[in-house]
Design a protein around this ligand. Structure first.
Ligand code: PHE
Length: 449
């Protein structure tokens, strides 16, 4: 199916594919965002709801995207079009889903790359290669509020991302993720071992994450958990469609999808365990917000044994995780140029990267969006997490559940003689997922609190 033309490329092995897809899923969302929202929304109960959302929204959509890519052998825009060709009335749905996917990839990468750039800055500070400004609050302000620093790191990060994507699916993406992902898991294990051996915060951290206190759960928290289940699994923007298309026809992709979701969830929980162990060991508040990883944590590392080495390992992990996710964001845009417009891969990558890099500069310099009352950074962040990703996900659910032909729809379940699961998936993606995703969209529009 996939890899018909040499320009498209393909994954050489199933493991390579799983690692690349997990590389896409595991990113800033797991290490930076999941711990801070868990801190803000009070821990255990939020985590439980989040796990429920992964099960009822994340997993069904993950399979839907993978099977759409795998069956069509095309990236987002072409894939939706091809598999819905028998149903002309759904043409608008599939055109919208494809268009939104490319737009989301474009917008997310432009600010994602800036945040990843801050992580590079902290990596160099913790390795002693750049002088920090004392307390990490000051270091953070010095980089995040400096257009020059932010855009320098943003440029470096975009070059690294473009290099891998230009090298192609097998030689670039698969090869990079096969190294990055095991390394990432290795670093998390080391950090876990460190907090267990060197701090006495692990017990408190585990209680905070796993002992639910439902009195702390708000409606807002539930919606945040739902929205985050999208972002963290790279859903709603065609990344999994595109990766699925590079896999030779797979009769068991449902298993691959579960593997990716499990890896992503385990990594988020492990990162949370490490971060809160450090926070509690030093008697700090878990609800520090977005600055948790960039401000609270480095300050705490500084006072701990082997602090500089641990901080370096942590920021290495953050940069690598962001890198393998950014690769998939750029790949969606580049693959659209390759598949739909016939642009050669290197040119497509270069063109997409330069455009995203230029837009990213607006985020790096904190430029305000005319007439919107906020910076481009916040605008793109809000626009994608609140609108384009959930709407993209809703469209995928509707297309997969109601438009796809049964032969395509069930292809990835075929290796298993368990019709119950296919039926369960079908009714979840038809009814439950669209309902829950609609809640996120209505919340984003301010219709429900
Ligand atoms: N899943 C990535 C993360 O958790 C972010 C991402 C979103 C990547 C959408 C690709 C597509 O950081």
């Amino acid at each position: 199916m996939s890899g018909q033309s040499t320009e498209r490329g393909a994954f050489a092995s199933n493991l390579g594919f799983i690692l690349a897809a997990a590389g896409s899923a595991v990113g800033l969302g797991n290490i930076w965002k999941f711990p801070y929202i868990t801190g803000v929304y009070g821990g255990g109960a939020f985590v439980l709801v989040y796990l429920g959302c992964i099960l009822l929204v994340g997993l069904p959509l993950m399979y839907a995207e993978l099977v759409i890519g795998n069956r069509s052998g095309l990236s987002a825009v072409g894939a939706f079009k091809k598999l819905t060709a028998h149903a002309p009335r759904s043409r608008v749905l599939s055109a919208l889903a494809g268009g939104l996917a490319v737009l989301s990839g474009f917008l997310i990468l432009s600010f994602y790359s800036v945040v990843a750039g801050w992580a590079i800055h902290f990596l160099f500070v913790s390795m002693g290669l750049i002088a920090g400004k004392g307390a990490s609050e000051a270091t953070f302000t010095a980089v995040a509020h400096s257009g020059a620093w932010s855009s320098l790191w943003h440029t470096v990060f975009m070059i690294g991302t473009a290099g891998v994507v230009a090298a192609g699916v097998h030689r670039g993406i698969e090869a990079a993720c096969k190294v990055l992902m095991p390394l990432l898991f290795g670093i998390v294990l080391l950090l876990l071992a460190y907090v267990i051996l060197e701090t006495d915060g692990v017990g408190a951290s585990a209680r905070f994450l796993f002992a639910p206190d439902f009195s702390k759960l708000s409606g807002e928290a539930v919606l945040e958990a739902l929205g985050h289940s999208f972002f963290t699994l790279s859903l709603g923007m065609g990344a999994m469609v595109t990766y699925g298309s590079y896999l030779s026809e797979d009769r068991a992709i449902v298993r691959d999808g579960v593997a990716v979701a499990v890896l992503d969830t385990v990594l988020a929980l492990a990162a949370g365990l490490v971060i809160f162990a450090v926070v509690f060991a030093q008697g700090k508040e878990p609800a520090a917000g977005p600055g948790l990883v960039f401000v609270t944590l480095p300050d705490l590392f500084a006072t701990m044994p082997f602090g500089a080495a641990v901080a370096s390992a942590f920021f290495f992990m953050l940069v690598f995780a962001a890198w393998s996710s950014a690769i998939s964001l750029l790949e969606v845009v580049a693959a659209w140029l390759v598949d739909s417009l016939g642009v050669p891969r290197v040119k497509a990558t270069l063109g997409a990267s330069v455009a995203i890099w230029a837009i990213g500069l607006l985020c790096a310099y904190g430029v305000g969006a005319p007439g919107m009352g906020e910076s481009f950074f916040d605008l793109f962040d809000n626009l994608t997490t609140k609108y384009t990703l959930p709407v993209g996900g809703l469209l995928v659910a509707l297309i997969a559940g109601w438009v796809l032909l049964p032969n395509d729809r069930e292809a990835g379940f075929r290796a298993f003689k368990l019709p119950f699961f296919a039926t369960f998936w079908l009714w979840t993606i038809r009814i439950v997922t669209p309902l829950l995703v609609s809640l996120v969209i209505l919340h984003g529009l301010g219709v429900i609190g």
